[in-house]
Design a protein around this ligand. Structure first.
Ligand code: KG4
Ligand code: ZN
Length: 361
């Protein structure tokens, strides 16, 4: 069984083919970072247009790389939400059209379910149940996962997501978009103890996060250093040592909060497996801190391969595959009803386990 996965929820066009043994047969990814970076963030209209131009050729390219024709596919999965409506519409048009045209099942997937399940593509996948720390550009959540589609929200961000905190801080210290990788790189040359930034809600006793105070703290520090954070000419003039030390301070604050809260959730729930997923889970410091904390607590840590942390088509194909294997495989009229249906706002915990349909594969 070979499933095509399509991801177009934001600024990455991702396409992949995954088989029933969870092997990625082919994948193709185009990042729009360069296009959006001059605007300091994602421009939704540009994102949609770029997905339109690239998606169909990338599907052909993936089939060719897997040594297949379109007609060899057994199912199509695309990201239905959450994300930018116009960007989602591109995948939610081509995905169902392909499935209908080929007479195979098709399924709209929750983007965060894709992230959450991405460590299942590993050679040693985590077994259910597990605790998941989901940290992407728009979400920072602690989720209890008892099975496919059985997700309970334990903690959420009250304001900015961890990725957003990386991105906003990066912008203020004169780095491009997205900020996470740039901060992580500079932090490697900086001193994290020079600027100690706040760790909001670190010992609040609950599992919620708050990162908006971090940008205010960075702003205040920059002003003390004589820099106007809203003026790119001024931020670009920041001394390299100050920029590196600030990057290290920001990274240390975000990673410590994520690590302490994830381990608190482990203690509260008694889970013995922790999964991290989403763009921020590519962060080396976070992986190292959680690795040490989990080893200390006798907890298994599962991190997706770094290339699968950020948005990609393979995680969407995998989520589609797992649901279709359980019989959730709409065809015909039921599938047609999903065409152009997008859910820009969609809570992960509202999902249900796979619901077998009459027209199952
Ligand atoms: O999951 P993702 O690719 O897209 C969303 O679904 O949002 O996450 C993107 C986020 C961005 O905020 C980016 O700055 C952050 O992940 N990110 C990182 C790293 N790589 C990506 N944050 C910290 N360290 C990284 N190495
Ligand atoms: Zn994502």
């Amino acid at each position: 069984m070979r499933i095509l996965g399509i991801e177009t929820s934001c600024d990455d066009t991702g396409v992949a083919i995954v088989d029933h043994r969870r092997r990625v047969l082919a994948e193709s990814l185009h990042s729009q970072t360069a296009m959006h970076s001059r605007y300091g963030g994602v421009v939704p209209e540009l994102a949609s247009r770029d997905h339109i131009a690239r998606l169909a050729p990338m599907v052909d390219q993936c089939c060719a790389a897997a040594g297949m024709e379109l007609r060899d596919l057994d199912g199509v999965a695309w990201t239905q939400g959450p994300g930018l409506a116009g960007a989602l519409l591109v995948g939610a048009s081509l995905g169902p059209a392909l499935a209908l045209g080929l007479g195979i099942p098709g399924l709209g997937i929750h983007h965060l379910e894709g992230h959450l399940l991405s460590p299942l593509l590993d050679e040693k996948p985590p077994a259910f149940p597990f605790l998941a720390l989901l940290c992407s550009g728009g979400h920072t959540q602690l989720m209890e996962v008892t099975g496919l589609g059985a997700y309970t929200l334990l903690g959420d961000t009250l304001d900015d997501a961890a990725g957003e905190a990386f991105d906003k801080s990066a912008k203020m210290i004169g780095l491009g978009y997205p900020g996470g990788p740039a901060i992580s790189y500079l932090a490697g040359h900086g001193d994290a103890t020079r600027f100690v930034l706040p760790r909001p809600l670190l010992h609040s006793g609950d599992l919620d996060f708050s990162f908006s105070g971090l940008k205010t703290a960075v702003l205040t520090l920059l002003r003390k250093l004589g820099v106007d954070p809203h003026n790119p000419v001024s931020t670009e003039a920041l001394a390299p040592r100050d920029r590196n030390d600030l990057a290290a301070g920001v990274q240390a604050a975000i990673c410590e909060v994520l690590c302490v809260k994830a381990m608190a959730a482990i203690r509260m729930t008694g889970h013995r497996r922790l999964v991290i997923a989403g763009g921020v889970s590519a962060n080396i410091l976070l992986r190292g801190m959680l690795g040490a904390a989990c080893a200390n607590a006798g907890v298994e840590l599962h991190c997706p391969h770094p290339r699968l942390c950020t948005d990609n088509g393979a995680m969407i194909a995998l989520a589609g595959l797992l649901r279709m294997l359980e019989g959730e495989a709409p065809r015909g009229r039921e599938l047609a009803a999903q065409a152009c249906r997008v859910r820009p706002r969609w809570a992960l915990e509202s999902l249900s386990p796979p619901a077998p349909v009459a027209s199952a594969v």
